[in-house]
Design a protein around this ligand. Sequence first.
Ligand SMILES: Cc1ncc(COP(=O)(O)O)c(C=O)c1O
Length: 161
Amino acid sequence: MPLVIGRREGYVLTDVDGHELIDVHLNGGTYNLGHRNPDLIAALTEALKYFDIGNHHFPSPSRTALAMKLLKLSGKPFERVAYATSGSEAIDLAIKSARYATKRRRIISIRKAYHGHTGLAVATGDERFSQLFLADRPEEFVQVPFNDLDAEISQKGCTSD
Ligand SMILES: Cc1ncc(COP(=O)(O)O)c(C=O)c1O
């Protein structure tokens, strides 16, 4: 798409030639609070007076405070929080956690769904991308149609009872 974004404010983008555009993609990525949201800019600027990027090997009061809030919002059965830098990385982490917990390898996902482009996320996504990156492994990553519980159950190797 031949768009080079210049100024950005709220839901409006201005390209480098000065055309104003309404950003109808605000739902995606990190802009669901609008571009250059003043409350966010104020909070981030204030935080930079105290924080740097931190060190993920050690606990931090601010990460812990956010984790506590997330757990309160999520309710039972959630007890732990792991942060990821992207949706793809979160999917990879979820798959790794499930495999670690169950010692089972097979992942079932919905056909044509998009889960991201990192290693496990792309492998469990649509074959358009998994095959492109030679990440398709049908014996490990199985897709079933959307809203087809029977297909899901048969892939899990159990009965509906
Ligand atoms: C449903 C879904 N899962 C995963 C992703 C991947 O997220 P990211 O682009 O942050 O890696 C996306 C991104 O569009 C998504 O829509």
